[in-house]
Each structure stands twice: as structure tokens, then as C-alpha cells.
Design a protein around this ligand. Sequence first.
Ligand code: NAP
Length: 262
Amino acid sequence: MGNLNGKTVFITGASAGIGAATAFAFAREGARLLIAARRHEKLASLAAELKEAGAIAVHTLVLDVRERATVASAIEALPTEWKTIDVLVNNAGLSRGVDKVYEAKIDDWEEMIDTNVKGLLYVTRAVVPGMVERNSGHIINLGSTAGEQTYPGGAVYCASKAAERAINDGLRQDLLGTAVRVTTVDPGMVETDFSLTRFRGDSERAAKVYQDVTPLTPEDVAETIVWTAARPAHVNIARVLMTSIDQANSLLFNRKQQVGTR
Ligand code: NAP
């Protein structure tokens, strides 16, 4: 697609969904992959598959992005050959519940804000100085249609993605004058473990989210992420907002029989 061969790509939340699909998409471009998440066994089995898919090398990093000190020390302690990160994909994220904001569990808020906002900032703070020093790099953040338009029961998740968008824009402004690029890829509904996590393992409830509608696949998003990274070095794709053909915005879906909300 572009010259991603031999580039080092760091993906957070690479053990599943969009993160794992993104790792495969970069592997097919011959990238070197630094894959991070909390579940080591998932990363370990992915590592072998990614090499088969074309990755030049794979390094796994067990990392909880919410742990501020660990994020800094784990990135600082990377082996020398993994320290030069060319592309950072800030993908780790989750939603919890669809409770009304005045009834929701405060622990759920903490988890979403700590992961989606603070975790993204901790990783960014640890990786970007090296990019500035080398005057080269690309940060690709995972936003969402949720960051643009709030839906009922989603106030805090949507707020976390609105924050991601503000951070993305602020970072691009702060990096002006360097050759470091900043992109947010903002998908609508993508069929992953996202809803299973949101509903704490209730698979029936999670399946209903994708019922009678064609969602995006993790591969659709992964290909878009790789496309942004493969643009010529002077081209910065600031934002990609993408949905399946069955989704018009955060609230409006074509559920085959009826047009209605999520
Ligand atoms: P997913 O399949 O549930 O994957 C989430 C990934 O994030 C997993 O690899 C998980 O790995 C990792 N993760 C969660 N908490 C973490 C933490 N504290 N530290 C490190 N890694 C953590 O969900 P997904 O749909 O691919 O979501 C990926 C991103 O896309 C998220 O930022 C999400 O908000 C965004 N997004 C999703 C959709 C959608 O409809 N699916 C739409 C728009 C945007 P471990 O559990 O192994 O740590």
C-alpha cells in the first residue's frame, strides 16, 4: 500500500477486535509489530500468526494502559531494537453498560475514563517524545461516532471519545512544525467483543446490538488505519469518520425492517 515495510508499529489493545485486525493488516505490509494488551496468552498466539501473515518481527508487551507508572517503565525498558516506534495505534478501549447517567455505576465511569482517556494519554506521553526527537512518526487514535454524537445510556463512553477527539486535535496542533502526523479513525458500529465487554459477558444482549444490521468488520477499520499510515510523509489525514451502509450516525440505523435507534 505504501512504504510500511520494516516500520515498527506499536498497537495497544492488540489482543482482539480492531487492534488484532490492525496488527494483521500491518503484518501484510511487512511491518515490525509491537503488540500490547493485558491478556498475554492471546498476544502469544497472535504473534506466531502475525509472522505467518508477513510481519518481519513481533514483540509482545503485557500492558494495562491504566497503570501510569507501568506504561512509562515498560516503554522505557523496551529492547533497543523496539524503541524506535514509527507508528503508534492508540486502540485499547472499552465501554461499560448503558445505564442512565444518574443511575450508572461510578466504577464503570472510572474504567472507561481511565482506559479510553488517561490510558491513551499515558501511552502517548511515553512514545511521542521519541518521535519528536527523530522528527518522524505517526499517532493513530481510535475515536468513534460516539465522540461526535452522544446516544442515550452512553454519556460517559461518548464523553471519553469526545475527549479523544480533543486530544487528537490538540496533539496535532502541538506537533505542528515537526514531521509527526496525528490521525483519528472514528468508526461507527464494528462487530467485535466490544458489546460483550459492555454487557459483561451477556452474549445474548451483545448479539442484539448487531441484529438485522450489517456492521463494519474489524478488518474494514484496520484497512483504513493502514491506509492513513501509508499516505506520503507530507500528507496528514486528520480524521476518518466511517460507518457501515446501515448506519447514518450514532443514533440512526437501518435494521432491515425498520429505521430506528440502537
Ligand atoms: P474489543 O474487541 O473488546 O477489543 C478491545 C481491546 O482493548 C482488547 O484487545 C483489550 O485487550 C484491550 N484493552 C481493554 N482495556 C485495556 C487496558 N486497560 N489496557 C490494555 N488493553 C486494554 O473492542 P474493539 O471494538 O476492537 O475496540 C477497540 C477500540 O475501538 C476501542 O478504543 C473502542 O472504543 C473503539 N471503537 C469500537 C467500536 C465498535 O463498535 N466495536 C466503534 C468505535 C470505536 P485485553 O483485554 O487483553 O487487555
